[in-house]
Write a protein that binds this ligand. Structure first.
Ligand code: PRP
Ligand code: URA
Length: 207
């Protein structure tokens, strides 16, 4: 399943993100804010438990989630830009890291790091990467999580190309995708168009 956000404010913020004149500071803030909203959407099926609560007026039964059931896994580097936003939604979630970069010629993902929380196989894992282009990086990261025994995975991205969504659905049809905007496609060097350029470079100001 893929869920594409459809809200005028998200469209407004995506337009600012795309603008090449947007500063590094504003770019980071927007990635963070949109990630928070994507995380709310992805958690709309979260299991809740009853909890007795005493308000200043009376006792009542409230609904709570178990934050220990969740782990966020950003794909380095650009996925790190989404972490502070999603942590505002589930502050006690565990965090793992998967390091991948695309070979610029072949566009194939190259793995360089993986550190996942203990007992990750028992958690719902929310994988984070702002850009879903060919889908190679996301598919590879999902395979790494599954090799560690993870059964429940959701993928959050800000901008997706149809090619990337198709690839995840073919290889990992059990993974739900939450995306803020579906773009037109990929250009001849594998960049999303209209896209926003290289997300990692724009978050970290490296170019
Ligand atoms: C970008 C992006 C994704 C990947 C998407 O990372 O953050 O991880 O490309 O492309 P794909 O869907 O074709 O695999 P990049 O390789 O630029 O690394 P970085 O985050 O370290 O800049
Ligand atoms: N990675 C990015 O950061 N941007 C793209 O358009 C494609 C892959």
């Amino acid at each position: 399943m893929e869920k594409i956000l459809d809200h005028p404010l998200i469209k407004h913020k995506i337009s600012i993100l795309r603008d090449e004149k947007t500063s590094t500071k504003e770019f980071r803030e927007l990635i963070s804010e949109i990630s928070m909203i994507l995380c709310y959407e992805a958690l709309s099926d979260a299991k809740t438990y009853d909890k007795k609560i005493k308000t200043p007026i009376k006792e009542t039964i409230g609904k709570v989630i178990d934050e220990n059931n969740y782990a966020f896994v950003p794909i380095l580097r650009a996925g790190m830009g989404m972490v502070d936003g999603v942590l505002r939604v589930i502050p006690n979630a565990r965090i793992g890291h998967i390091g991948l970069y695309r070979n610029e010629e072949t566009l194939e993902p190259v793995k360089y790091y993986c550190k996942l929380p203990k007992n990750i196989k028992d958690k719902e894992v929310i994988l984070l990467d702002p850009m879903l282009a060919t889908g190679g990086s996301a598919v590879s990261a999902i395979s790494m999580l599954k090799q560690d025994g993870v059964k429940r995975i959701k993928f959050l991205c800000i901008i997706a190309a149809p090619e990337g969504i198709k690839k995840i659905k073919e290889v990992h049809p059990d993974v739900d995708i939450y995306c803020a905007n579906l773009d037109e496609g990929l250009n001849d060097i594998g960049y999303i168009f209209p896209g926003l350029g290289d997300a990692g470079d724009r978050i970290y100001g490296t170019k």
